[in-house]
Design a protein around this ligand. Structure first.
Ligand code: SER
Length: 388
């Protein structure tokens, strides 16, 4: 089942159950939102979770592109991507958690053909502010699915304040042995679907108040689900990455981990540029700059002459299409090249400055500040030129 088929099956299933599909938003949250990028499907829906009536009704389904920089250091493992698509469903003050979990379970097992004996779920066990989520626990026990109770891991929020609530996460066993242990006890249990009972708002003082309505917000990562359904051990092996696998390793031969970083970061950079971001020294533009500099650093490690100008335009097109962006391949390419050029000039300056006698010993914090403030050389880049 390729990713397009997964999306269709998912959307059809929820449309048959009264949900209306809405178009996903861009990666850029509306002005005034303190977060740089959209990090989950619920993000653009926050006003509706807080009670504003949604124009299409109380049941919604969509596919939302998301970007998470919190996971940047985990890139290259089997389950994380910087930019990914999240399939999501919402009940805006309509049906309750158990029905959402029931539908989720049926879609996974009957719609997607997941073996029920490979599932495990987690449920919020309660803390000093909120009681345990007994409704979810009862549902799972009735369906005969093994349950683990946790506290922090089953409380979802998008930040220190705002809408939040207990969640129930569905895990799929990915090991080659029969399932063992529990989701928190064995990494081979991979989270595929999160159902959040979004019914509280956390205030500045840390207290919780009920939202005007009891919502359900569910999300599952498309590339992760697709790779599992395709029997792959990593997100990088699902169909979306097939064109990358067929073109990049011959163009820029390197170890598997470096290839994964290159795929992830370049693909993310293309999508971010496609949503109108340009490299800069602050904010979103800086995230883009960091992604591209990391790629260039990895590419140049083995072969200093490598250039983003050699990236096949088909990969740019394929990525823009996958994320339903109409961006122009040539514009994306031009921005990649301009940024590469800038990076090269910075490296050149860095080498020149670091050759001075003053910088021959170990670098101090003061040196790093000076190099940054006077010569525009970020710490990462200095460390690259002069590993400590
Ligand atoms: N908001 C939840 C998540 O990101 C479910 O969509 O996991």
């Amino acid at each position: 089942m390729n990713t397009d088929h997964v999306v269709r099956t998912f959307v059809d299933y929820y449309e048959e159950r009264g949900h209306r599909r809405i178009t996903g938003s861009t990666l850029l949250p509306p002005p005034g939102d303190p977060v740089l990028f959209t990090t989950s499907g619920m993000h653009p829906l926050t006003p509706y979770l807080e009670g504003r009536p949604h124009p299409v009704g109380r049941r919604i389904v969509n596919v939302q592109r998301c970007l998470r920089t919190t996971d940047l250091e985990e890139i290259g493992d089997a389950t994380h991507l910087t930019v990914f698509q999240m399939l999501g469903t919402w009940s805006l003050g309509d049906y309750e958690g158990p029905l959402s979990l029931e539908w989720g379970y049926d879609l996974l097992t009957e719609g997607f053909g997941v073996d029920p004996s490979l599932l495990y779920v987690t449920v919020f066990g309660g803390d000093d502010q909120t009681g345990p989520d007994t409704a979810s626990l009862d549902l799972w026990q009735r369906r005969g699915v093994p349950v683990e109770l946790t506290v922090e891991d089953n409380w979802w929020s998008n930040g220190p304040t705002g809408p939040c609530g207990p969640d129930s996460e569905i895990f799929l066993w990915t090991g080659t042995t029969p399932p063992e242990s529990t989701p928190t006890g064995d990494e081979r249990w991979v989270e595929v679907w999160n159902h959040v009972m979004m019914r509280y708002r956390r205030l500045d003082d840390g207290s919780l108040v009920p939202l005007p309505q009891r919502n359900i917000d569910t999300g599952l990562g498309l590339e992760r689900l697709a790779s599992l359904l395709q029997g792959r051990t990593s997100v990088f092996d699902c169909d979306v990455f097939a064109p990358w696998h067929s073109l990049v390793p011959t163009l820029w031969p390197q170890d598997e981990l470096s290839l994964r970083l290159v795929y992830d970061h370049l693909r993310s950079a293309v999508v971010v540029i496609g949503d109108g971001v340009r490299p800069a020294n602050t904010g979103r533009g800086y995230v883009l700059r960091r992604l591209l500099r990391r790629v260039l650093t990895v590419l140049r490690r083995d072969e200093p002459g490598r250039s983003l100008g050699d990236l096949p335009p088909d990969l740019i097109r394929h990525t823009l299409d996958h994320f339903r962006q109409d961006g122009d391949t040539n514009v994306v390419r031009r921005i990649l090249l301009q940024e590469e050029d800038r990076f090269d000039r910075l490296l050149e300056r860095g080498r020149h400055v670091l050759a001075r006698p003053r910088f021959q010993g170990p670098l101090t914090e003061e040196d790093f500040h000076y190099l940054h403030d006077t010569h525009g050389l970020p710490r990462d880049l200095v460390l690259n030129l002069r590993p400590q």
